[in-house]
Design a protein around this ligand. Structure first.
Ligand code: SF4
Ligand code: SF4
Length: 316
């Protein structure tokens, strides 16, 4: 394909991404993530991934998308805003991470990526293209950086200038050669360390390094065993995930509400209070979280978290 046609097709992809409700789209050339390799190796070596043993698998595939998709030439990166118009009341309540307010984002985003791939095939012929949404084998923040969309902050969240960090990241890896972004944005955290100071479990052990085993998101979602007693009084009522290091980030002053109808939470979630959560029945759990990512912990997992929180002494 000529470079003119690559440019035209890349522009069309970005236009369609916007029409499908993505907040941003950028393209990077598929290749080995040289800078990420030592970082990932050290992170795993120091056991900072906790019980997430799956992180140890597919080391080579994580660093090279050509090992995930035959003949991969381009990584198309998409950002989808999930910042809610209204926060579910947090006062005297157990708190859900904002990304879990509504229908599971994996399904919402995958539907859009499949539609885009179908349309791309109609335009570009029989290409190889695979969608990935928050998928373990893809180092999504590294790709979003390479696609020129923002930078990874000291809290390890991906930050978009003047838009903040409440974005899902997704990719299409394809053997189609496209016009790629030429610039990566520089880190704009500067001297700020608000996220590090605000983290109630000191999980950000150094700028840009999270000890997942101390992170409330891991403790309330990934951890299968009991939450260690060391964390009593430190979870700040978070029952599924944690947004504290994003909520304090100055860049999130720029967050604006998403316009995705499938991300609007059920009104019943707004009406729940601590007592309702403590007495949550399996039926109500199924009803509230029918299509939600919260199903990942299952009823037992969420109730484990609620019991832990309800037995906590005063917060530190
Ligand atoms: S998500 Fe919560 S626990 Fe994890 S690093 Fe951020 S503030 Fe700390
Ligand atoms: S709170 Fe400050 S240091 Fe942390 S990610 Fe945001 S800008 Fe960077």
């Amino acid at each position: 394909m000529s470079s003119f046609n690559q440019l035209m097709l890349s522009a069309w992809i970005k236009q369609r991404a916007s029409e499908l409700g993505f907040s941003a789209c950028g393209i990077a050339p598929a290749g080995y993530l040289e800078d990420e390799a030592p970082r990932l190796e050290q992170w795993l070596k120091h056991g900072l991934h906790g019980e997430m043993k799956y992180m140890e698998n597919n080391f080579d595939k994580r660093l090279d998308p050509r090992k995930l998709v035959d003949g991969a030439k381009s990584v198309i990166v998409f950002l989808k805003n999930y910042f809610p118009k209204t926060t579910i009341p947090q006062n005297e309540n157990y708190i859900l991470s904002k990304y879990a307010y509504s229908e599971d984002y994996h399904n919402v985003i995958k539907d859009k990526l499949y539609q885009l791939i179908d349309e791309l095939k109609q335009k570009a012929g029989n290409i190889n293209a695979r969608p990935f949404v928050d998928s373990a084998p893809v180092l999504e923040r590294a790709w979003a950086e390479k696609a020129g969309l923002g930078w990874t902050g000291k809290n390890t969240c991906f930050i978009v200038p003047k838009k903040g960090s409440f974005f899902f990241i997704a990719e299409i890896i394809t053997d189609l050669e496209l016009a790629c972004e030429q610039i990566s944005l520089t880190d704009r955290c500067g001297n700020c360390r608000k996220c590090i100071d605000a983290c109630p479990t000191q999980a950000i052990i150094a700028p840009y390094v999270i000890d997942a085993a101390k992170c409330i998101s891991y403790l309330t979602i990934e951890l299968k065993s009991q939450i260690p007693a060391d964390f009593e009084g430190k979870l700040h009522d978070r029952m599924f995930g944690c947004d504290i290091c994003q909520d304090v980030c100055p860049w999130n002053r720029f967050s604006s509400a998403h316009d995705e109808p499938r991300f609007i939470p059920d009104q019943a979630l707004h009406d729940m209070k601590k007592d309702d959560w403590s007495n949550l029945s399996r039926d109500l759990f199924d009803q509230l979280f029918k299509k939600s990512a919260v199903k990942r912990t299952r009823y037992e997992g969420l109730m484990r978290n609620i019991r832990f929180l309800s037995s906590e002494p005063d917060q530190e």
